[in-house]
Design a protein around this ligand. Sequence first.
Ligand code: ASP
Ligand code: MG
Length: 403
Amino acid sequence: MLIVQKFGGTSVGDLDRISNVAARVSRTKKEGNDVIVVVSAMSGETNKLVGYAEHFSKNPAKAEMDMLLSSGERVTASLLSIALNEMGHPCVSMTGRKAGILTDNLHTKARIEEIDPRVMKSALDEGKIIVVAGFQGVNEHGDVTTLGRGGSDLSAVAIAGAIEADLCEIYTDVSGIYTTDPRIEPKAKKLDKISYDEMLELASLGAKVLQNRSVELAKKLNVNLVTRTSFSDEPGTLITKEENIMEKPVVSGIALDKNQARISLMGVADRPGIASEVFTKLANSDVNVDMIIQNKAHDGTTNIDFTVPMNDLSAAKEVVSVFLKNNDIEAESYNDKICKVSIVGVGMKSHTGVAAKAFSTLAQENININMISTSEIKLSMIIDDKYAELAVRSLHNAYELDK
Ligand code: ASP
Ligand code: MG
């Protein structure tokens, strides 16, 4: 097999850990695989470099930041390569540029445009292990660029896609994706497999393990992604296309998002264009609206309720206050003591009664549901945040996710 193994900052956090990574890579190679390793900077290193820059300037040039920050990954890549060579493995480290990673010009948050895998391929043909410095590429002018914080996962997925690897393993300090957050429900189980779409919907469960943009890229490039821990041999969770999952559970996991706020507009004129006005203005202010509910009031006006991420609340309030003034609207209210509980599973497409079970489970616990939204594979409910943990645990139990 051709395997891409990506090791995050904690996995290469000190020299002993780099030795452990070398041992694991060596084992993978000895098992008869071709290996491309992608590494992050040692944990804390990138932040340290940012701090150095801030010593000299509040607003350093972004191209210089890329020169600076890309060095952290080079340190790890070369050290790991030296360690592997010392173990008798022919090995070569590569910068993003050498690995053929071409990006756009957006310094500090560049996008990968293309990967030219020829140099990597010929090194593999020579039997070498390759260690690529993650998080970086090169633009058309030959300047080094970086992919945004946490971007070395993206490097790994993009390389795996370009070189058509059989597997892309992302090693962190977390052992995989669980049916829900084990800190809330200790009976949460690690999932063997999950589809890309479920993973994207369960973002809050994977957030510390995988960025959504890496999962999206894996889906687009059809890369089989595994998240697992570098601290044991425990197998992780495979994230793959739905067709590769034979036994489809009705519900795969329960996600919790506490970072939600609700905005209610009361007495809004019931005429065409009004929703368009407020939501266009919110979009223009980069407010990310999630759920929306509109109800008719008795007096011929309507009420519009919607949720936004907590971080967007103050921007949303600004937009709303202008909108209220312009449209002579009665009242608004804000509630940030809410949370969103979501049930996710591809099996929901073909099973009935999944939503009904969620509602009756919450009813039994006397938890009131404020808002509901559904998609093909997800049911989300807004409830008071004081019930968040109780809701997660009772739903986890109701769908027998601990079995
Ligand atoms: N070292 C970079 C960061 O800390 C990239 C990464 O770790 O993925 O953001
Ligand atoms: Mg990272």
